[in-house]
Design a protein around this ligand. Structure first.
Ligand SMILES: Cc1ncc(COP(=O)(O)O)c(C=O)c1O
Length: 398
């Protein structure tokens, strides 16, 4: 290891030496990237290779990521939002269609649905112990225009995919998984992202498999795979890399696609990160376990997603539910005064200006829970001192 980012000052023994927050110098940041010589070497090799856009390292990353998920096809793409957009385009989603999606979610899902011309229909979550979408509410929201269900494995914990899969099949709906939080996550032995028709991942810097900006689409379906391949690169039938190698000399354009390609630099970093994913997910799980031990059930705090035999979480997020009588802004301000960065996953999409005016369904669990959710720092190399700094600050901030 040659370096780490400088954000985690508790890890360097500076706890108590003037917690600040707000200027980028947190005692414990929300997430932290570890940079080492293997990452630097992988990036330098690409730089020296003289081929920086999509090429052999992307292909290798796709093979390895597909193997991780147990999927026949894997496509590396520019980011997780592009992955969702491609999945929606591949299933043929368009004007007049409705797509069922949890409101307690990142806005990428709703925006991409809207960009296809379809309408997002927001669904509720199960409750304080399980922040994934409620299968019963999905069933209630299915109507004549429903085209697809777009679930999200919140925080790396699988949704109730057995029940949701049955609903999708019974009603002839496409099932898309937003597994942005869940590379390496499983439900009853099946990989998150590979349980429905098509799965989407994000490799943004704060994700479990960080490359900067990046994502992936996985599927077992040959027809969907062909659509994703074409939409990813302008609907062109050959790639620049094929032409560079002399494997093709020309191309046709068979649909109106996008440039959603990943480049070699990010794929090279992704290959290194892939080799570390399982160990790092486990390290995240241990830290969440320590949080749970110190905080669950203490002074009205709870933590969703109690460990389950049939769920292997990727532990992307450490989320607590505040007591009803503790205003979140005050709590977060108190945490900041201790130098602890916190976040909120998520302000529900149906409360944003861009979506507020659309006809809404009632989402009682989301509306009750969302104002009480706080995300605590979590990254695989968090030290015991950092974890204790966070739990001490939580208790002091109540
Ligand atoms: C649940 C979820 N879906 C989709 C995305 C979009 O991924 P990206 O930022 O790589 O476009 C994110 C990223 O934050 C996310 O958390």
């Amino acid at each position: 290891m040659t370096a780490t980012t400088g954000a985690d000052t508790a890890a360097r023994g500076a706890l108590g030496n003037g917690a600040s927050g707000g200027d980028g110098q947190w005692v414990v940041p929300l997430s932290d990237l570890r940079v080492d010589s293997e990452i630097e070497r992988a990036a330098a090799e690409v730089v020296r290779s003289g081929w920086w856009s999509m090429g052999p390292r992307v292909a290798e990353f796709e093979r390895e990521f597909g193997a991780l998920c147990g999927s026949k096809h894997a496509f590396a793409v520019a980011n997780g939002t592009a992955a969702i957009h491609l999945a929606l385009l591949a299933i043929g989603c368009g004007p007049g269609d409705e797509v069922l999606v949890p409101s307690l979610n990142f806005v990428a899902a709703a925006n991409t649905i809207t960009h296809t011309g379809a309408t997002p229909v927001f669904c509720d979550v199960v409750g304080p112990d399980d922040l994934t979408v409620d299968p019963a509410d999905i069933e209630a929201a299915i109507g004549p225009r429903t085209r697809a269900i777009l679930v999200m494995h919140y925080g790396g914990h699988s949704c109730r995919m057995d029940e949701i899969g049955v609903l999708a099949e019974r009603h002839g709906l496409a099932l898309i998984e937003d597994a942005a939080h869940a590379p390496g996550g499983k439900f009853r032995g099946r990989s998150c992202g590979a349980m429905g028709d098509i799965g989407c991942f994000s490799f943004f810097s704060n994700k479990n498999l960080p490359v900067g900006e990046g994502g992936a689409v996985v599927t077992d379906d040959d027809a969907l795979a062909e659509k994703v391949r074409l939409f990813r690169s302008h609907g062109m039938t050959t790639l620049t890399w094929d032409r560079h190698r002399g494997h093709a000399s020309s191309y046709d354009v068979v649909l109106q696609g996008f440039n959603y390609r990943l480049d070699e630099l990010r794929a090279a970093i992704g290959l290194v990160e892939l080799g570390r994913l399982e160990e790092r997910n486990r390290a995240r799980g241990n830290i969440v376990g320590r949080y749970r031990e110190a905080l669950h059930g203490v002074r009205g705090i709870t933590m969703p997603f109690a460990p389950r035999e049939d769920v292997l979480s990727s532990h992307h997020l450490a989320v607590i539910v505040l007591p009803v009588d503790r205003p979140r802004e005050e709590f977060q301000a108190a945490m900041k005064s201790h130098g602890i960065q916190t976040s909120v996953h998520y302000p529900p999409i149906h409360t944003f200006s861009a979506y507020r005016d659309q006809a809404q369904r009632s989402l009682p669990a989301t509306d009750a829970l969302a104002p009480r959710l706080v995300t605590l720092p979590l990254y695989p190399h968090m030290t015991d001192a950092s974890v204790s700094a966070v739990t001490d600050a939580v208790l002091a901030s109540l």
